[in-house]
Design a protein around this ligand. Structure first.
Ligand code: NAD
Ligand code: UD1
Length: 338
């Protein structure tokens, strides 16, 4: 298939581009590089042995979007492009609603105009909100605690409504749990701008000496050791999940939703320990107050993705911490010309 990947220069998008190419798909990348570096494309060229087809532009620019669809034959779209920082979304909700919601609406309108009705969307475990019992299962009610989370809840709703209104759409919402890790080559990985919000990039920046120590947000949760438990999934497994979702879209119309996680949670202290043991690097840390809005434990029920997509994770926690560190230590300054 010829797949348009919005946000294809980003963390998950870049790994998915390679997975698509490995599975004999043709890829077109659309990105405005608002949260990614143009050198990612050089790395993708190097790793794939192909020259990427890239459209640099914004989903908010409808004439740009029209132009892409006018020029290209597209069979399906994987839609990663959006903003993803919870804290920033609380400070600047309009920026988030505009980019994530309006950007998606523009994309859907253009897809509809060109009769391309095959879409995979990046949703998030954040849509399970704070009140569902564990493990999180797809039919549970969705909710959010911040504007970023609401954009995911709302887009899932929009996509469901669209599929109900027109039964020729094939849409898959993928709810990612906590993606970490990087490509085995160490050539592409996660590159947060500024101080990382998420745990793994913070740990790798401590390991490489950019930051002195990690702040562990609370050790009084009702979990194995009091620290927060999450379902970390290797980005390579996640990327493969998108290839399977595209296949599912070909087989089945309508709106579908799947968790992509391992089904197992591990704590902050367990992740630090795994990182130290695997990589032989010390991670100094200090326990501080809980982070506002955090919940103790989050993990997926992966049964539906396993049964309906044939999705199973292959990468272990050791793989995740090793590959995250391999990426960080090979690229201490992010993407540079080398
Ligand atoms: P990322 O920021 O690395 O990638 C997003 C890409 O989209 C970036 O390259 C950015 O430049 C681009 N982009 C943003 N707005 C755009 C616009 N208006 N027009 C064109 N390009 C635009 O993020 P990621 O971690 O790869 O996440 C990808 C998707 O997965 C996002 O939708 C995110 O909300 C979702 N998600 C991520 C996580 C996570 O922990 N990383 C978890 C759950 C869901
Ligand atoms: C965060 C977002 C969530 C988003 C997800 C993936 C919040 C409140 N939630 O979730 O919406 O979908 O990222 O992008 O921001 N931790 C520390 N010290 C740190 C960083 C994190 O102890 O410096 C802890 C957290 O308290 C948590 C765990 O590590 O227990 C994982 O945190 P993080 O990587 O931010 O992911 P989530 O909390 O799952």
């Amino acid at each position: 298939m010829r797949v348009l990947v919005t946000g294809g220069a980003g963390y998950i998008g870049s790994h998915t581009v390679l997975a698509l190419i490995e599975h004999q798909h043709d890829v077109i990348i659309l990105d405005n590089f608002s949260n990614s570096h143009p050198l990612v494309i050089n790395r993708l060229n190097e790793l794939s042995g192909q020259t990427m087809k890239v459209y640099t532009g914004d989903l908010l620019d409808k004439s740009f979007l029209n132009n892409v669809f006018e020029q290209e034959t597209i069979d399906a779209v994987i839609h990663f492009a959006g903003f993803k920082s919870v804290g920033e979304s609380v400070a600047e909700p309009l920026k988030y609603y505009e980019n994530n919601i309006t950007g998606t609406l523009n994309l859907l309108e253009v897809m509809k105009a060109y009769q391309i009705k095959n879409l995979v969307f990046s949703s998030s475990a954040t849509v399970y909100g704070a009140n569902n019992p564990l493990p999180f299962k797809e039919p549970m009610p969705t909710s959010a605690t911040n504007p970023y989370g609401y954009t995911k809840v709302m887009i899932e709703q929009i996509l469901n409504d669209l599929a109900v209104s027109d039964s020729t759409w094939s849409i898959t919402n993928l709810r990612y749990f906590n993606p970490i890790g990087a490509h085995k080559s160490g050539r592409i990985g996660e590159l947060p701008s500024g101080i990382p919000n998420n745990l793994m990039p913070y740990i790798t920046q401590v390991a490489v000496g950019i930051r002195s120590h990690l702040s562990v947000f609370g050790n009084d949760f009702d979990t194995i050791d009091g620290t927060g438990v999450r379902d970390y999934i290797h980005v390579l497994d996640l990327a493969r999940g998108h290839v399977l979702a595209l296949k599912k879209n070909q087989e089945e119309r309508g709106a579908k939703v799947y968790n992509l996680g391992t089904g197992h949670g591990i704590s902050v202290l367990q992740l630090i320990q795994a990182f130290e043991q695997e990589n032989h690097v010390k991670i100094p840390y200090e326990v501080v107050e809980r982070r506002a809005g955090d919940i103790g434990e989050v993990y997926a029920d992966g049964t539906k993705a396993k049964e309906e997509l044939g999705f199973q994770t292959e990468q272990t926690i050791s793989d995740m911490v090793r590959d995250s560190w391999n990426w960080q230590k090979n690229n201490p300054n992010g993407y540079t010309q080398d």
